[in-house]
Design a protein around this ligand. Structure first.
Ligand SMILES: Nc1nc2c(ncn2[C@@H]2O[C@H](COP(=O)(O)OP(=O)(O)OP(=O)(O)O)[C@@H](O)[C@H]2O)c(=O)[nH]1
Ligand SMILES: [Zn+2]
Length: 217
């Protein structure tokens, strides 16, 4: 199936700006990917001395394969880029549109454990207005990849700048990294905030302050 125009444009913009996730071309169908991952997960779990003949563990390799391909890493495949509804700004909206407290669950690319937090996204409409839920869907698409939070924040910024045909976009994320909480340094209270500001959100101190100070996350 051919990629949507939106997916093609966003992928090209990320590649051009050096912000694409390091990825190889997709050479297998989702079904083949799942079969191969299931096979390798069996090896991994067996190496950990788990008895996969137990009825509780038996289907775990298949479950993991399905979860990787269809769910938590589905954003590696631009076939899964959301359908985007962008309309002309006929009403002449010229004030900030902000969506806050967007649930954000991603996976840290260093340890493949959960990143759990919130995102706030704002833009100043120029010629285009985007369907609100599409902002949440774009956050979710890029979150469903192995990620570092800084890149995730920038990818959402560039995707929206591309689709909205304006630089005036801002993204803020606040998240707990389970690689910091449940292992390693085992800090259960810290969280990480990242921002990516474009256009007027970067250059105008008042707009920047309005976004940064009013966003709850
Ligand atoms: N900048 C950034 N770092 C991250 C993110 N997620 C995880 N990390 C960090 O990636 C680093 C990987 O460091 P390494 O020393 O290679 O891995 P490690 O031995 O498991 O490190 P510890 O977590 O300190 O035990 C760690 O400091 C993680 O906290 C992220 O989204 N952004
Ligand atoms: Zn990690």
């Amino acid at each position: 199936m051919a990629l949507s125009d939106a997916a093609i444009k966003v992928k090209a913009a990320l590649t051009e700006q050096g912000l694409e996730t390091p990825m190889l071309p997709q050479t297998h169908t989702p079904e083949v990917r799942k079969e191969k991952i299931e096979h390798h997960m069996k090896e991994v779990l067996t190496l950990m001395a788990l008895d996969l003949s137990d009825d509780s563990l038996m289907d775990t390799p298949r479950r993991i394969a399905k979860m990787y391909v269809d769910e938590i890493f589905s954003g590696l495949d631009y076939q899964n880029f959301p359908k985007i509804t962008v309309i002309d700004n006929k009403m002449g909206v010229d004030e900030m549109v902000r969506v806050q407290d967007i649930s954000l669950t991603s996976t840290c690319e260093h340890h493949l454990v959960t990143i759990d937090g919130y995102a706030t996204v704002a833009y100043l409409p120029r010629t285009k207005i985007i369907g609100l839920s599409k902002i949440n869907r774009i956050v979710r698409f890029f979150a469903q990849r192995p990620q570092v939070q800084e890149r995730l924040t920038q990818q959402v910024l560039v995707a929206l700048q591309t689709l909205l045909e304006t630089k005036d976009v801002a993204v803020k994320m606040d998240a707990v990294h389970y690689c910091v909480k449940s292992r390693g340094v085992m800090d259960s209270t810290s969280s990480t905030t990242t921002t990516a500001l474009g256009g007027i959100f970067k250059s105008n101190p008042a707009t920047r302050a309005e976004f940064l100070h009013q966003s709850k996350c």
